[in-house]
Ligand binder design. Sequence first.
Ligand code: G6P
Length: 488
Amino acid sequence: MVAEHVQNAPIVVASNRGPVSYRVAEDGTLTSGRGGGGLVSGLSAIGTDSGAVWVCAALGEGDRLAARRAGRRLDPADTGGYGVRMLDVPAETFAAAYNGIANSVLWFVHHLLYQTPLEPVFDAGFREQWAAYETYNAAFADALAEEAAEGAVVLVQDYHLTLVPALLRERRPDLRIGHFSHTPWAPPEYYRLLPDDVAAQVLRGVLGGDRAAFLTRRWADAFAACCADVLGAEIVRADDGTAAAVRLDGRTTLLGVHGLGADAAFLRERAHRPDVEERMAALREQVGPGRRTIVRVDRTELSKNIVRGLHAFRRLLEDHPQWHERVVHIAFAYPSRQDLAVYRDYTAEVERVAERINEEFGTPGWRPVALHVKDDFARSLAAYRMADVALVNPIRDGMNLVAKEVPVVSDDGCALVLSREAGAAAELGADAIVVNPYDVEATARALHEALLMDPGQRADRSKRLAAAATALPPARWFVEQLDALRAL
Ligand code: G6P
């Protein structure tokens, strides 16, 4: 048996979803799959011999089995050599914390997704889920306290784990703790939808760290505004008036902004492998010769605004018959959070609207919308490479990496129609066509303008978009945060 209190990791990362997931095959054996994303590439910057440990939750049955079999650490063969500890939180606790609080409450609040005449309702069921969220956060705090060496740096990720910084500080005051939000942060008047005690507890949880960091200045300022409004905390301002820190009860929590960028080296290499070439050939055939493409790639996520995007495309066809037979909207909408009924309904609505457009405008040789719902990263990259126009129109988004990835891998340069409510708009706004995501008419006009953009101008703008999109690659994004905490 490994001792319970090892406390030897100089760097500890905590996130709900870890870098690997397991499935149970029919014969009971476990197979593992590697996760992607900015965090994984960020961690790779510090190397496998750094002694860093990543604490994550077991998400499904396969994970729980793997976690139980592994005990303290997963098999490094499954994790790319990193030390990964997967927490075997009871399935009901996990479901209430993840589906209930994280995805149905905190996600909804930060993305302004509630239809407020009916929702939210904070009742006894909510209170049970909230208790599960506390338990789940405490399980993380316990594990982190066991793993972290004296004075270690701990990087806690996202809205699943907002209570962890404060809980961990109680257990281990010696640690340097940072929290990073990958989502937007709600403005105070919306954030106050939460029950008062919960609203305060979440803020106090994050403020328990030494630093709270965000993807853009806007979300950092909103967080500070919530702290002032809900807790009466003091906002310490930098010379330019932006919020630099929050002071409460004699403690100061620094605020940071790190605009996670695209991983150009990885994407460009990956996008030129044979499987991507094959998918490009198939997509080209589906689109038909000489036609333009408007590409979108999203999880089928309420905040991604896929339905309004389809309505905008419909409007484009209605207003500009010149595009009939000449453009195809490639829409990849990959299943997400299907345990939640609203997500299942939304997925069905996306399919219905796409089908209606095809019935209304399609001809024997032209299907205007090519909707694909089966997740396929190689095919996404293929679509990125051949996109004439990328449509990224979320209602609200922490950053949106698709907006950053498309220009990086685009073969001939693409025009980007981008929601002003995506964090990425702060960095890409100058060379994108920026739209109000609720305004279907304006989005349709932006698509038209994007399709008409002069190829030379489009290529120039696309190059500048790619440069802005890669300004802070994942490895540096990660190291910036480590350095900021180490400097304390
Ligand atoms: C998006 C968000 C992240 C979040 C993740 C969780 O990528 O930007 O903030 O952590 O979704 O997704 P999941 O599939 O794990 O619920």
